[in-house]
Structure formats: C-alpha cells, structure tokens
Design a protein around this ligand. Sequence first.
Ligand SMILES: *[C@@H]1O[C@H](CO)[C@@H](O)[C@H](O)[C@H]1NC(C)=O
Ligand SMILES: *[C@@H]1O[C@H](CO)[C@@H](O)[C@H](O)[C@H]1NC(C)=O
Ligand SMILES: *[C@@H]1O[C@H](CO)[C@@H](O)[C@H](O)[C@H]1NC(C)=O
Length: 426
Amino acid sequence: MRLLAHVLCFCLALVLAWADRHPAADLDRCQGLEMDAVAVNEEGIPYFFKGDHLFKGFHGKAELSNESFAELDDHHHLGHVDAAFRMHYEDSPSDHDHIFFFLDTKVFSYYQHKLEDGYPKDISEVFPGIPDHLDAAVGCPKPECDEDSVIFFKGHDVYHYNVRTKAVEAKEFKSMPNCTSAFHFMEHFYCFHGHMFSKFDPKTGEVHGKYPKEARDYFMRCSKFSDDSDPVERERCSRVHLDAITSDSAGNMYAFRGHHFLRKDEGNDTLQADTIEHAFKELHSEVDAVFSYQDHLYMIKDEHIFVYKVGEPHTHLDGYPKPVKEELGIEGPIDAAFICNDEHTAHIIKGHTMYDVDMKASPHVAGNERPISLFKSVDAALCNSEGIKVIKGNHFYHFASPMLLVAGRSLPEQHKVSLEIFGCDH
Ligand SMILES: *[C@@H]1O[C@H](CO)[C@@H](O)[C@H](O)[C@H]1NC(C)=O
Ligand SMILES: *[C@@H]1O[C@H](CO)[C@@H](O)[C@H](O)[C@H]1NC(C)=O
Ligand SMILES: *[C@@H]1O[C@H](CO)[C@@H](O)[C@H](O)[C@H]1NC(C)=O
C-alpha cells in the first residue's frame, strides 16, 4: 500500500510538473486568443501559432508545434514563434511553398515538413535589412505587390522585402494597427491584432470597410461568438468551410456550419441565420451532410440520420434518428449528399467515392460505387436547377451532372463560397 501511494505521488508530481510546463494544453481559441503567428500550409490550410502550440485549420484542439515542426525545439526551446509565412511565388521555384518561421534572431525554412539543410540561420543573413524579434510576416506575390515580396512587421514599422533583389523598402501603414500576426488567405491580406483582425491593402496598408472585426467570427468555428457579432453577417462572410448545404423542393436553401445555419428562401434574397439547436433541436449542431427529398430534410451526423418534415417549425419524424446504415444502406459518417431536382436518386459522397441510393426502392441500398478522381474529399454538395455545386474549403466547383462530376479529370473554375453563394464581397 505504501509503495502504491509512493508510486501515485510520484506520478502525480510528474503530471503536475508536466502541466506546469504546459499551461497552454487547454488553450481554447473560442475564448478569443491573440495568435503569435499565422501561415497557410502547402494545401492552403491555415496554421495558427500560440505559445508552443499550434491550431490547424478552423476548429479543433491545439497541438504542440514541435509535433509538426520538431526542429523548432532543438535549437531553441520553443516558447513561441514570432512570425511565419509561406513563400508562394510561381516565379521563384527554388523557394516555392517553403514555410519560414522567425524565432528571436533566427529563421527556419521548412519544405514538405522537413527543415532545410543549413537552417536555422540568422535573419540578417537570409533577409538582410530585416530586424530580429519580428511581430509578423506575410508573403506578397505579384501582382498583389509590385514585385514578389515579403511584408515584415515589427511594432509600427513595416518593411517590403523584394525576394529577387533583396531590396528593403520601409513603408508607413498609417491607418493600420501594429500586427501581431498576418496572413494571405483567399486573395486577401489580414493583419491580426489581439483577437481582432483587419483586412489591408498590401501595397499601401489601407484598411477599407468596417474593421477591425473579431477573428473568432471569421476564422474559427465556435459555438459562441463575441456578444456584438451579427450572426447573418458572420455566417455569410466566414472563411470556415460549410458542413452541409441543400435546397428543398420549394427552392429554399439551407447552409450549415458548426452550430449555425443560414437560410435563403426562394424569391427572397434576404439571408436569415439561426442556431441548429433552435430549428433542429434533436440534432443539436455540427451536421455532416444534408439532402432534401419530397418535403423532408435528411440530415446525417456521424452514424445517424435525422429526418425533418419541412415546415414552420420543422418536425422531426417519429422513429428517428436511425443508423445511416439502416436508412441508406451505407455506414456513416458520410461527407456530402444531394438529390437533383425531382429525382429519386440520392448521391452520397464518402471520401473520394460516390454511391447512389434509389429512394423508391425498399430497402435502400447504396450501389453504383465509383471513385471521384478530382477530390480526395469534399465538405458539402448541393444540386438544384443550376447543376451541382461541390464545396471544398472556401471554394466551390460547378458540374452539370453527377456523371460529369465523376468523369471529370481537371478541376473546373474555382468560385468563392462567401461571395458567390452568400453575396459577401469582403
Ligand atoms: C515537444 O515538446 C515537449 C515539451 O516541450 C516534449 O516533451 C516532446 O518530447 C517534444 N516532442 C517532439 C516530437 O520533439
Ligand atoms: C505600436 O508599436 C510602437 C513601436 O513601434 C509602439 O510604440 C506603440 O505603442 C505600439 N502601439 C500599440 C497600440 O501597441
Ligand atoms: C424576405 O425575407 C425577410 C426575412 O424573413 C422578410 O423580412 C421579408 O419580408 C421577405 N421579403 C419578401 C419580399 O418576401
């Protein structure tokens, strides 16, 4: 017994020591954190750095940064990253898609998650004329900047660094706050300061429109947002991917993200936002896929399917939720589902495979399995009289029919979800 007590004490001491060194382990970005650095990875997924932790994408927990970028620790105990950016210039293939990290006086260059030979180096060696102890950095390719450049921020000082000539131009971004991190995302430049952000013109530093805004409202998927955030504006303009989207037989559209959904009624351009908890209370939140069939919304979450009769209010059918396997003949979870117009075939997308379910057959069977070569996975899909919209991240792609989606060998034109589906122009 004494031995056991000793062992327990020892373990507890270890845990406490560990917890002491990791106060950030339970970092919650929905509390409104000030990030140290932000950069997008090779696949365009944003990485937010805070202390020795890293948040990947728009939701989910923090991980230790050294799990993804081990050497940041070897040379320097990783307290935090000062600044980070991805080099993304088609014209300089040798540096294309490298991610640079700035820690105190050092710069680290990663390519495909490996530290490049010879790094870390002094910032003054790699970026002569740029000071140590930076606050933020962001890559600015042509034509957004006149030349392929990197914009560095330290206090109120801003530098344009020409990647080709290494010339440094000091800039004055008068209307901009001091940035603690900055990034280039979906053709826009964002400066984060505290838990707010502003969109800026990379050449002049001008901020147009109503800024600053809450970073949580646009770049994170949270159940609660700032008290004064306007839910319609936030959901229209959020850069977080949708979970599901559908339009019912009357032509009303529903788009789901996290705990909220947007609704646009046929013949009315006004968008309304509501919580899923309020309108679909059995489902609570975070749906994986939704399709509509004969005045019902089929909503899939993990292994279960919920069916609502469309109306005011929507009513959940008796006997549901049921296992997806029982209702559609396929194991959940699935990624996206849609039915086109008045047809009876539900198209189910799981990973990069599409299945068809004949809704008139009994029992329902998921057949006609075929691979989709254009996407490794999708977030959501919608089919209406205009054809199919396949949504991946902040973009959607248009296909005239399910067959063309499956047969496609090159990606069609990319469209922006926030702008072209929800009319948010900023
Ligand atoms: C990351 O850092 C933690 C503590 O700082 C350490 O325990 C862990 O071994 C490190 N992991 C890697 C992969 O270096
Ligand atoms: C911005 O940075 C300058 C140093 O360059 C500092 O004097 C000033 O207090 C900072 N402003 C804010 C609001 O932090
Ligand atoms: C459109 O929808 C909004 C919000 O429900 C409503 O206030 C407005 O009256 C509707 N307009 C028309 C023309 O139906």
